[in-house]
Design a protein around this ligand. Structure first.
Ligand SMILES: [Zn+2]
Length: 81
């Protein structure tokens, strides 16, 4: 799945203040607003084939930001953490 990287916006939001990345399926629509503060966000060029390593948000930070995190527990099964 491609990784989408988003530019920081001017707010004090802990998600978009310093930018963030999301991994989304190609079929998903692009994120146009921060999932937390709903401010418009700008997508950077997709880092699909870039060797650049982007530090992911920690699980707890993502949860705090309202992301729903699923852990794969078996074939086709996911458990909400
Ligand atoms: Zn935000």
């Amino acid at each position: 799945m491609p990784i989408y990287e988003y530019e920081p916006c001017s707010g004090e939001c802990r998600v978009c203040k310093s930018g963030f990345t999301l991994t989304r399926p190609l079929s998903a629509p692009p994120v146009v607003n921060c999932p937390l503060c709903r401010q418009p966000v700008r997508k950077l060029i997709s880092a699909v084939s870039s060797p650049k390593i982007t530090k992911p948000l920690s699980v707890s930070a993502a949860k705090n930001a309202g992301f729903k995190i699923f852990k794969k527990v078996g074939s086709g099964e996911y458990e909400r953490q």
